[in-house]
Design a protein around this ligand. Structure first.
Ligand code: XMP
Length: 519
């Protein structure tokens, strides 16, 4: 039996304690951009759990509440006496103030937007502001403010409307900023985060993708031993990078199964088979389209669709595993945002990603292997490049696991799939050729039918929506400002070339409040 050495040493970790703010992922990513590992936990996580991570620092996020609301999320006051450096941001700053004995009051007028903050004389000695001087542009977004500092704290920054824009107690390593250093609008915010990590927490910068790859390879080997693993390969970035990593970790024990659920885009299954079948991995294509399409007959609810697809994926994997023999592990290309957006007992479920919330409770394998579960999308791409995957694959747009089934509003039928495939191929061709900076673009078949006229005849056909967004992290997005000529060209081509579509609309909604996909 093969034996592998397990590396037990872990990265230094900064915990991001979430109090319901919209920027928790952004804070976590900023920390990682500084080469320090970060992990998000709910703000009211018990002290022992927090300590079990042996964090080198804690960052308390913003949030919509007031510290005086009985129901507002709180951490244990002892958190501030652990000797672990803390940076409180916005609500996190007010909470730190409140729990350390200071006072927080409501502003007469809420303060939103970029403003100038001045350093006080105490800032000259502050490790948080090392290398910074003069007025600083900062993004404020608050309705409460710190009115009385807790004992032992000094004010380091203030603005016209906010007497305490920053405060600190250097000896206790407690820092608080009312503004948001994690957003680009706070021009030197990333330097402040860097200063907190390196100047206060004593970070050594041991988090890198090279290191991550090595650790995951060791961890997968230790976990899997001599057993066989199957990986659900969709041809997307995440599962392809996962395949590349696993083929390094457990070569000879990996079978990649591509389940064609019948919801793929035009010619996509053939392209994926072509890309992977020639590689040095066992690749199996399973045509399960009848199974999936029949199971979705009459199903219109988005979550039911996602859960049904999640369940059937596992069913098919199990059948294929039985054919291979000794398969104990199911591998998946799950990434960190899938986990965050699928919710938990604290955070609201936005969508059950088929590979997280969509998984049935009893999966029938000894375990699930998810080596990318801790990574953001841009980190997954970096891992892919480091493992030698071609740019075209690494930079592919995301395509959701449930495929076109969640881009057809309402019941999915073979007829609707055929319509959407043809329209989507036109959208992707035209926007792709226009090179207009959109990060993800596709077509959605709505369940709206309306009256049109074609030649001399009345039509009563579907409305197609075009979605194109600009986003870096896919957690928030802006709709792409596509030129009107491009929109008209797509509209004309789609209504002329695709049967049963007589109306085309362009979606001009950002995320939030919408999501990128429709279901
Ligand atoms: P939403 O619609 O939540 O999508 O704004 C954010 C990003 O995630 C992709 N997405 C998925 N990817 N399985 C996936 O692998 C899924 O179930 C899934 N749902 C959404 C979506 O395309 C977008 O890039």
């Amino acid at each position: 039996m093969r034996k592998y050495r397990v590396i037990v040493m872990a990265n230094q970790t900064v915990l991001v304690l979430d109090f319901g703010g919209q920027y928790k992922e952004l804070i976590a990513r900023r920390v990682r951009e500084c080469n320090v590992h970060s992990h998000i936990l709910s703000g009211d996580t018990p002290l022992e759990t927090i300590q079990s991570y042996q964090p080198i620092g804690l960052i308390l996020t913003g949030g919509p509440n007031s510290v005086y609301d009985a129901s507002s999320p709180k951490c244990a006051p002892e958190l501030f006496s652990l000797g672990v450096p803390v940076l409180g941001i916005c609500y996190g700053a007010q909470l730190l103030c409140h729990l350390c004995g200071g006072k927080v009051k409501s502003c007469e007028v809420s303060e939103y937007g970029v403003t100038e903050a001045e350093f006080t004389k105490f800032a000259a000695e502050s490790p948080l502001f090392e290398g910074l001087e003069g007025a600083q542009e900062v993004l404020m977004s608050h309705t409460d403010y710190i009115s009385d500092l807790p004992d032992g704290f000094v004010r380091t920054m203030s603005t016209n409307h906010c007497p305490t824009a920053a405060m600190e107690n250097r000896s206790r390593k407690l820092y608080a900023v009312q503004f948001h250093p994690e957003v680009v609008h706070t021009h030197r915010g990333i330097e402040m985060i860097h200063n907190f990590l390196y100047g206060v927490c004593g970070a050594v910068g041991d988090y890198s993708m090279d290191d991550y790859i090595e650790r995951q390879i060791e961890a997968v080997r230790a976990r899997v031993g001599d057993d066989q693993v199957i990986l659900g390969l969709s041809g997307g970035v995440d599962s392809s990078v996962c395949a590349a990593l696993l083929s390094k970790a457990v070569p000879g024990q990996l079978t990649c199964i591509y389940v064609d659920h019948g919801f793929m885009r035009k010619h996509e299954s053939e392209e994926i088979e072509h890309a992977f079948a020639g590689q040095d991995i066992r690749f199996v294509r399973v045509d399960a389209s009848d199974l999936f399409i029949n199971a979705l007959a009459g199903v219109a609810d988005p979550e039911t669709k996602r859960k049904t697809i999640g369940r059937l994926f596992v069913e098919v994997f199990r059948q294929e595993a039985a054919k291979i023999g000794r398969v104990e592990y199911l591998a998946q290309g799950t990434i960190y945002p899938d986990v965050i957006e699928s919710g938990n007992d604290k955070a609201a479920t936005i969508k059950s990603h088929h590979n997280v919330g969509g998984l049935p409770d009893e999966i029938g394998f000894k375990g699930v292997v998810e080596p990318l579960r801790g990574l953001f999308k841009d980190e997954v791409r970096e891992v892919g490049r480091k493992l030698g995957l071609p740019d075209a694959l690494v930079n592919r747009q995301p395509f959701p696991g449930p495929g076109l089934a969640i881009r057809i509003i309402g019941e999915v039928t073979r007829g609707k799939l055929a319509i959407l495939r043809d329209a989507d191929a036109i959208v992707r061709e035209e926007i792709g050729n226009a090179d207009c900076g959109a990060d993800q673009y596709f077509a959605v078949l709505t369940d709206l039918r309306s009256v049109g006229v074609m030649g001399d005849f009345r039509t009563y056909d579907y409305t197609l929506a075009i979605r194109a967004v600009i986003t870096g992290d896919f957690m928030t997005a802006e709709y792409a400002r596509l030129p009107h000529e491009l929109l008209s060209k797509m509209s004309r081509r789609i209504t002329n070339e695709v049967d049963h579509i007589n109306r085309v609309v362009y979606d001009i909604t950002d995320k939030p409040p919408a999501t990128i996909e429709y279901e």
